[in-house]
Write a protein that binds this ligand. Structure first.
Ligand SMILES: [Zn+2]
Length: 307
């Protein structure tokens, strides 16, 4: 699934989802919101090639070459490394914690050999938000109201931001929602993930653009969110029983029957999610490289990507 497989589709007039199949590691979704006051971009992509394609399609669809604003839903490179390809005059917005995290992100300089093929970011450089938000912010593009909200606690990461269009009932969730793939909470928490799903349900969206995986119609939200919630509960239960039995996160993951979640891609994320729950329980930090090594061992080889 190369960069050419990404598709920009219009959800409602002037509002677009950019969905890149199949949503595995480093292959994210993004969005575009047009209005009389200018264009807002939701996230960039991991590589220069993927970001250029996305921004080119956005410009062609909206007739606007220079977006007025861009928002990063969170710190991860698949949603933010392409920031530096935005025109200089585009105002970049992100959460305060997201900005701090991207400033010290180690992978843009040297990606560890955890993925196969090893990602080649191309000509991108670290571009940090110009504007940081804490709780939220409301923008208007002409009459179109665009709301940015932070859940108020760590979920996928500490600095998650969603983009909500109240009139159109379109919700861009970033990685608070993975549609059809194993979700990751290794920089947040499973409990935060569950709380965030409740919070997202309260918006009553008719269309959800997830961070990875296909566009989600409102009618499918109960099923998809319910399954994500069940998965997070499995993570919590596995962490608790694993710690009780003195198992390492890797041993606990291997012992766990994934059941209905086995069909989701990137199942090795269970190991990373368990590392996080173990660290939260002991007040420690996740050793990212050690956790990735365990995930690779669980996976039987380097993690999958197509960037
Ligand atoms: Zn992410």
């Amino acid at each position: 699934m190369g960069p050419e497989s990404g598709e920009l589709s219009e959800i409602v007039d002037g509002v677009y989802a950019y969905v890149q199949p199949d949503g595995t590691w480093w292959v994210n979704n993004a969005g575009v919101v047009a209005g009389d006051g200018g264009v807002l971009i939701v996230d960039t992509c991991a590589t220069a090639e993927r970001t250029s394609r996305f921004l080119g399609l956005a410009a062609a669809a909206t007739g606007v070459d220079v977006p007025r604003w861009a928002v990063n839903t969170h710190q991860h490179g698949d949603h933010s490394y392409g920031n530096s390809l935005l025109p200089e005059s585009t105002v970049l917005i992100g959460h305060r914690a997201m900005r701090a995290a991207l400033a010290t992100d180690p992978m843009i300089d040297q990606c560890p050999p955890a993925w196969s093929p090893v990602p080649d970011w191309g000509a991108v450089s670290r571009r940090l938000p110009d504007v940081v938000i804490d709780a939220g912010l409301t923008l208007y593009s002409g009459d179109r109201r665009i709301e940015l909200h932070h859940p108020g606690y760590p979920a996928h990461t500490p600095g998650d931001v969603i983009v909500w269009l109240p009139a159109e009932k379109v919700l861009f969730t970033g990685d608070l929602v993975f549609n059809g793939l194993t979700p990751l909470v290794a920089m947040g928490s499973a409990e935060g993930g569950i709380r965030a799903l409740d919070w997202l349900r309260s918006f009553g969206a008719e269309y959800v653009v997830p961070g990875h995986g296909p566009l989600l119609p409102g009618a499918d939200v109960p099923d998809v969110f319910g399954k994500l919630e069940s998965y997070y509960r499995l993570v919590l239960e596995t962490a608790e029983s694993g710690r009780r039995e003195g198992l390492s996160p890797l041993e606990a993951a291997r012992k766990r029957d994934l059941g209905e979640f086995a069909e989701w891609a990137d199942s090795e994320r269970l190991v990373l999610n368990l590392h996080r729950e173990y660290a939260l329980a002991t007040g420690g930090e996740v050793g990212l490289m050690a956790a990735l090594r365990d995930a690779i061992e669980f996976n039987g080889g380097p993690l999958r990507t197509t960037v």
